[in-house]
Design a protein around this ligand. Structure first.
Ligand code: GAL
Length: 833
């Protein structure tokens, strides 16, 4: 009896309680969820007993826990876009993870008595997919597209002063994706409680119609939802525009205008504004209060930035009046071993890595981003091209978006734009990626125009583009001419011809490169190769391999560097992602891409330093490849590449000079376009330093860099590593936030007794976490590894991996211990506050 009573008390405490003191409250439902992969109509019922279901916290991706299997969503198809003529069994196309099928989530929460008569809205940042939302047994909403944010009016279903039950059914179809989509409530769920009169979800529009030397005009439009019979003129609005440090810069207090139906319209002048840019991401807030007489009815804060965007024909893209090239990357939403979940720490780590590389923009390929990403881009300074669809009416996969296009496309686009129209990081909308409608001259141009018009209607301040990979078709059928910005995927050799034909007089490399490589893997002889496969399912990190439709980084750079009308590029991809292991379509095991500049574990590949040398020339880059442990290759030709921002360098092997190389600035698009130049890496010679005839001998390899005056300014030395000796642990952040969500990403290295990385090591490392944290996941960046991401042991891949440690709710010290057979162990101390 006693025991029973205790249980009851505990379960009551576990039920989240809504706070209800202010006029607006927002609660994010993270804890207390129950989850199952079974399916039954009964699961929506309030009285259903879910006690036996798994307890989970949201964001949650049910599929990332695996196990990997060749049979998960095996797709027997021909990928037309990749030139496949006959169907083949694509094994890891969607990552070989179990995302297909049904999943249910249930949450009980208590709504206080004070909620009676209020408005309630459930906001889903994204739910994968076909979300059916039930409140207390009644269906309250449905949203099929898993990447989009949506909201549901919960008012008619919620009961004040009672325990309420939220149930969500999700279902993912097989052959619905070309990559790993994730599964479940993988983004946050919020409940917003308002007065009867209130500002709706995404209900403000902040624009900066005039930005001049010394001042900016700021316009704030605020939508109001009112009880029947009321007008905005029955209410008063007070808005204060503030600096990030809270200093008030301007304010406006006015009654609603009789002529405005549902909007308040306010104008402000900000003197000497600091403009938002990737280098200086200054943010402001508009803090709005709505009054009925003297009674406060709602409060709403909109964060925004002041900046100008301009696309000038022939001249390029201008941010705040300054010509700016997109040094961008395309990224999928998954965070490797964390799966599809929107995790702040994981997202911010990616942005830090990209910024260090000199990257200034992300394309959210090929779907709507998580709000955590956009907030981080606003704050950290990263431009965003926010994308929406991979399919319109024409199909790429059997169960793709084409099935719902007609009914949902406008709603989906509207939600994307309303959600993010105030975020300064977003500089362009992208309405599609290589949609098969490109080849349909009757449909493609019209749909392009329709979707672009929706974007303009919802947000007249940003240009609209789409990524097209059929340059001849879209130029001939006018689909490219319709767009504000013509975005071309790959085929830079077509840029000039298309630029000449197109009215916009600019070209965007909306998707480029698709160079493939595996961190720390080098193949001989070093030759330029297309769609090359190897028995180990890896690609060469000499950065000389690409896809049938694509090329090497320099083949894009030369266009954007030498032509003002080429406004920059978005490289496929910044980070490796789950699924799409091209060229290993049918070669299981292979579960993740090889396109990334950075691998699935978040560890930079050699290519990272190549991009850094070109995109971030103000910072020193001096990187040597390959590694120098080639037992068995003694005396054999083993080319050495150096990626550096300096114009020239000299290479020494065991003290003997191998000669000096300089970047060849005489290389142009024109004099390097023939097939011999391509095969002989002519374009690469403008950007990388290559010693093609060096022979391997163990010992030391050293590079000395010279500036433009021939002065030695930097050097770097690498040694043949000895036997694996000990483990090294380095955290990206040693102090993290308590609260159960923050993560520290720890780079794990197997090194010799002198601390040299052992570049061939594949030791299995075991992890233990003690104190105020737990082992969250690990990854080694090997696409062909089928090890579980969550089990706290994993083989290093070419000497390295990443271990991810999470903080628990309680602050305190965290100890990560790493051990491996024959290796001295390592212990790393972290702190959670
Ligand atoms: C593009 C496509 C991307 C990815 C890439 C691989 O055509 O837009 O989603 O599939 O190819 O190279």
């Amino acid at each position: 009896m006693k025991g029973k009573l205790k249980l009851a008390v505990i379960s009551l405490l576990a039920i989240p309680m809504l706070l209800q003191a202010q006029v607006r409250t927002e609660q994010t439902f993270k804890k207390g969820w129950k989850f199952t992969r079974e399916d039954s109509k009964d699961f929506s019922r309030q009285d259903y007993n879910d006690a036996k279901w798994q307890s989970v916290t949201v964001p949650h991706d049910w599929a990332i826990y695996g196990p990997f299997s060749v049979n998960n969503d095996k797709q027997n198809v021909a990928i037309a876009q990749d030139g496949q003529k006959e169907a083949m069994e694509h094994a890891g196309r969607t990552g070989g993870l179990p995302f297909v099928g049904v999943g249910w989530y249930r949450l009980n929460f208590e709504a206080p008595a004070s909620m009676a008569g209020k408005k309630a809205t459930l906001v889903f940042d994204g739910a994968m997919s076909h979300a059916r939302v039930y409140i207390n047994g009644q269906e309250a909403g449905y949203w099929p597209y898993g990447y989009n944010s949506f909201f549901v009016d919960a008012t008619p279903y919620l009961k004040a002063n009672e325990v309420n039950t939220l149930a969500v059914r999700l279902e993912n179809e097989s052959e619905s994706s070309r990559w790993y989509p994730g599964a479940g409530l993988y983004r946050n769920v919020h409940l917003v409680i308002n007065e009867d009169v209130h500002i709706p979800v995404w209900g403000t529009v902040v624009t900066t119609p005039v930005v001049e030397e010394g001042f900016a005009r700021v316009n704030v439009k605020t939508e109001l939802v009112m009880p029947e019979g009321k007008k905005v003129s029955d209410y008063r609005i007070v808005t204060q525009v503030k600096r990030a440090d809270g200093k008030m810069l301007a304010s406006d207090d006015r009654p609603g205008n009789k002529l405005d139906a549902t909007f308040f319209n306010q104008n402000f002048v900000i003197y000497n504004p600091s403009l938002w840019s990737p280098d200086s991401p200054v943010l402001y807030t508009a803090e709005t209060k709505i009054y009925e007489g003297d009674v406060l009815k709602d409060e709403y804060t909109t964060r925004f930035g002041i900046r100008t965007l301009e696309i000038i024909p022939d001249k390029g893209f201008f941010l705040n009046g300054k010509m700016t090239k997109f040094r961008g990357v395309c990224n999928h939403h998954d965070l490797g071993p964390l799966g599809g979940i929107a995790n702040e720490a994981g997202i911010r780590r990616q942005i830090r890595i990209l910024k260090d590389m000199g990257c200034n923009a992300i394309r959210t390929s090929h779907n709507m981003p998580a709000p955590e990403l956009i907030r981080a881009c606003d704050e950290m300074g990263m431009m965003v091209m926010a994308e929406s669809f991979d399919e319109w009416k024409g199909a790429k996969v059997q169960n793709g978006y084409h099935k719902i296009f007609d009914e949902w496309v406008e709603k989906d686009l509207v939600n994307l734009i309303r959600h993010y129209r105030n975020n300064p990081s977003i500089v362009m909308w992208c309405i599609g990626n290589e949609v098969p409608d490109q080849w349909n001259g009757n449909r493609g141009p019209k749909l392009s125009r329709m979707l672009q018009d929706i974007c303009h209607r919802e947000d007249p301040t940003r240009p609209v583009t789409q990524g097209m990979d059929a340059p001849d078709a879209v130029v001939n059928n006018n689909m490219a001419a319709v767009m504000d910005v013509a975005g071309f995927n790959y085929r830079p050799h077509k840029y000039l011809e298309n630029y000449k034909k197109l009215p916009q007089c600019i070209v965007l490399g909306s998707e480029t490169a698709s160079t493939v490589s595996s961190r720390g893997v080098y193949k001989f002889p070093v030759e330029r190769r297309s769609m090359q496969k190897y028995p180990d399912h890896q690609s060469s990190s000499y950065d000389v391999e690409h896809c049938g439709w694509s090329n090497l980084p320099e083949d894009d750079w030369i266009w954007h560097e030498d032509n003002t009308w080429c406004i920059g590029e978005f490289v496929w991809t910044g980070f490796d992602y789950l699924g799409e292991p091209t060229p290993y379509y049918t070669d299981w095991p292979s579960h993740s891409s090889l396109f990334g500049i950075v691998d699935l574990a978040g560890l930079p590949k050699d290519r990272f330093y190549l991009y850094r040398s070109h995109w971030n020339p103000g910072k020193e880059t001096l990187h040597i490849l390959p590694h120098w442990n080639w037992e068995g290759r003694e005396g054999e030709v083993t080319p050495v590449f150096v990626y550096t921002n300096y114009p020239s360098a000299e290479l020494f092997i065991n003290g003997k000079s191998q000669g000096k190389r300089s970047k060849d600035l005489s290389v142009t698009v024109e004099n390097s376009k023939d097939s011999i130049s391509t095969a002989e890496f002519k374009r690469q010679q403008r950007y990388r330093l290559m010693w093609m005839d060096t022979r391997y001998e163990p010992g030391s390899i050293k590079v000395v860099a010279y500036d433009k005056d021939g002065k030695a300014v930097a050097e770097k030395e690498m040694h043949t590593a000895g036997a694996p000796h000990h483990i090294e642990l380095v955290a990206d952040r040693t102090t993290i936030d308590a609260g159960g969500e923050d993560l520290s990403f720890v780079t794990v290295k197997v090194v010799d007794k002198d601390g040299n990385l052992c570049p061939l090591a594949d030791n299995e490392i075991r992890f233990k976490v003690k104190g105020a944290g737990f082992y969250r996941a690990g990854a080694n960046g090997n696409p062909a590894s089928l090890e579980s991401f969550q089990v706290p042991r994993m083989k290093v891949f070419n000497g390295m991996m990443t271990a991810i440690v999470a903080a628990t709710d309680k602050p305190g010290e965290i100890l990560l211990e790493a051990t491996g057979k024959g290796l001295q162990k390592a212990v790393l101390k972290l702190e959670s506050k």
